[in-house]
Design a protein around this ligand. Sequence first.
Ligand SMILES: Nc1ncnc2c1ncn2[C@@H]1O[C@H](COP(=O)(O)OP(=O)(O)OP(=O)(O)O)[C@@H](O)[C@H]1O
Ligand SMILES: Nc1nc2c(c(=O)[nH]1)N=C(CO)CN2
Length: 157
Amino acid sequence: MKAYLSIGSNLGDRGHYLQQSCQRLAEHPDVKIIKKSGTYETKPWGNVDQPDFWNQVLEIETSLAPLDLLNLCQEVEKSLGRERLIRWGPRTIDIDLLNYDNKVWEDERLILPHPRMEEREFVLAPLREIAPHYILPSGKKVTEVCGDGEVWRLESK
Ligand SMILES: Nc1ncnc2c1ncn2[C@@H]1O[C@H](COP(=O)(O)OP(=O)(O)OP(=O)(O)O)[C@@H](O)[C@H]1O
Ligand SMILES: Nc1nc2c(c(=O)[nH]1)N=C(CO)CN2
């Protein structure tokens, strides 16, 4: 199954946390990273009184079921020192499921597609880069929509 993940960090060595989260996801035998966007430095969305983030979007191929993929993402967050303190607050690493095989899902643990993705330029900009034909929940193409927030693509090393 194809899935899209958004990863973000705004505490400590942000590049290290992004790189480590990719590595730990890819170490799972049932997860393969197919595409990885560049890294974007982004102004905090929601709670603005916190450091700037680095964000990326990944396209993966996985045979894990949606809740198993969520569990894996949360295990990786935990292994990288993520603490759930405040909603939309600072974090070493945050991994969100944007889309899983175009499934619509809604229970107490998981909502798909991610309900706030279309408002967030920190999601849309990297998604446009790796999946310009992506159709958003509103039915619009990702290239036709601009979310809130400033983002800058960092030069690759
Ligand atoms: N698509 C999804 N991806 C990740 N978590 C989700 C999703 N839908 C629901 N959740 C639930 O949201 C809960 C809170 O997640 P988290 O602490 O990462 O929120 P947040 O990143 O601060 O805010 P936001 O959900 O707006 O990105 C998780 O425990 C998870 O069960
Ligand atoms: N720029 C930016 N802002 C955010 C982010 C994020 O990853 N990047 N994550 C949030 C919680 O999901 C809240 N706000």
